[in-house]
Design a protein around this ligand. Structure first.
Ligand SMILES: [Zn+2]
Length: 444
């Protein structure tokens, strides 16, 4: 029932801005499972893409793989009048002090930036990983096809660039292949630091890691469900912020969680055949991914991945043991599913890069009153603002009210204690920013 309500609310928004929704549907239709399949095969053919593998050969190893990815982004850029800047971003990683580093090496990311027409310094990022691994993470010579982990995410990222480069967006979109994931999230850490040094205004990071497996180790086959992992609150919050949360709430309302809700909603609206599953944790139990280094620096970022993993098909040498075939080979990848998850990314990148900035200094009041009050700072390009609220136990923003181009509003008849609230900016084309959870309290 909850889902029905949020769906019908979204439907009203869509009808009001129907020409915009068509563009999003066109983006979904343009994503090709054939091209994703071809790219995964190309990546698999490099034998191993272990971060510490051969960099000289043109047919085998991480060097050949990243040069191919770079050339692919460059070809896409050529097709859109050089709309994408492509470059390597790299950091040197040493054996000393790193238990899982077999020898010193450059960890090289391939970065492709589609510059925003209006806000070039605002970025929404889609990432996949270049690297793969065998059973032993230190083994950089044995075949490690990494078809699902994570050629699928890499191929999806390249395909999203192909599709979205046909359009222009106000904010920048970054498509990136990260490296060094398997030995310590080195590539993500390097790019996050680079972004911080350059003062990039990051709207969010959509990290894709394993988006092609539909047959779980638990026997379940499911080509509709996928997971969105998000941490509750940033690790960078201050002691004071933590203290205030005890009194004003926000335990499940950090910036990454709001990004997860945005992706959930966009998917429900435009791809209702899919079942997005928000998971209220940073990542899987005791395991990691490349959104984390961005979260570490306070950037919002989530992980998109399949719902049902198969552990005999990840981080395994190709072999047969007791009748079980091990190995992350391409035969296990479902290209139509990878296409759907690529489309989920593409429509969210497009929506976020088309939306106005988030409202600033969102303040809430209404203690011991029969009304909730809001004040916020307006932002450029918003035609209005939307107040969202939900039951405290609900994962999704189930209620909303568009309040127009104002910077304060009172919701009468609603008691502040019983709901959580947030505010989004709405642009002229109907695209909305990610919801902001109030970060100030006022009394009057
Ligand atoms: Zn992995």
């Amino acid at each position: 029932m909850k889902h029905l309500i949020s769906f019908s609310l979204c439907f009203i928004t869509l009808t009001a801005f129907s020409q915009t929704s068509q563009k999003i549907y066109n983006i979904i239709d343009a994503v090709s499972s054939d091209r994703i399949q071809k790219d995964i095969q190309t990546l698999v053919n490099f034998g191993t893409r272990n971060t510490f593998s051969d960099t000289i050969s043109d047919t085998r190893g991480i060097g050949a793989a990243r040069r191919w990815i770079k050339s692919e982004f460059e070809a896409i850029s050529k097709n859109c009048g050089n709309c994408i800047d492509v470059f390597y971003q790299k950091d040197f990683v040493t054996k000393s002090g790193n238990r899982r580093v077999p020898h010193d090496a450059w960890v090289v990311n391939v970065v492709a930036i589609q510059k925003g027409t209006k806000y070039p310094n605002r970025y929404v990022i889609m990432s996949g990983d270049i690297d793969s691994r065998a059973s032993d993470t230190m083994d950089f010579t044995t075949d490690a096809p990494g078809a699902n982990d994570n050629a699928s995410g890499m191929a999806g990222t390249i395909e999203a660039a192909r599709v979205l480069s046909k359009y222009q967006f106000e904010s920048s979109i970054i498509y990136v292949g990260l490296s060094g994931e398997e030995q310590g999230l080195f590539g993500g850490a390097g790019l996050a630091k680079y972004a911080q040094d350059k003062n990039w205004d990051i709207i969010g990071v959509l990290n894709n890691d394993m988006i092609g497996n539909i047959k779980g180790v638990d026997g379940i086959i499911d080509n509709r469900t996928f997971r969105i992992f998000s941490e509750p609150v940033p690790p960078t919050e201050t002691e004071r912020e933590r203290t205030l949360r005890r009194f004003y709430g926000g335990e499940v309302d950090g910036v990454s969680r709001q990004l997860a809700r945005y992706i959930y909603k966009t998917t429900k609206v435009y791809m209702p055949e899919m079942n997005p599953m928000m998971v209220y944790r940073l990542d899987r139990f005791g395991r990691g991914g490349h959104h984390r280094p961005f979260n570490d620096l306070g950037f919002s970022g989530i992980r998109i991945m399949e719902a049902h993993e198969n552990y005999t098909q990840q981080h395994q040498d190709i072999r047969e043991e007791n009748g079980i075939k091990y190995g992350d080979v391409i035969e296990h990848v479902n290209f139509d599913y990878a296409k759907k998850l690529t489309a989920v990314n593409a429509i969210n990148l497009a929506s976020l890069a088309s939306a106005p900035q988030q409202p600033k200094n969102v303040a809430i009041g209404g203690i011991v009153q029969p009304a909730v009050k809001f004040k916020w700072d307006k932002v450029d390009d918003a035609i209005g603002y939307k107040i969202y609220w939900r039951d405290t136990t609900s994962p999704t923003w189930d209620n909303s009210r568009y309040v127009g181009d104002v910077s304060e509003f009172t919701l009468d008849g609603i008691v502040i204690d019983n709901y959580f609230f947030g505010i989004a900016s709405v642009g002229k084309n109907g695209f909305e920013s990610v919801v902001v959870f109030p970060n100030k309290v006022f009394r009057d």
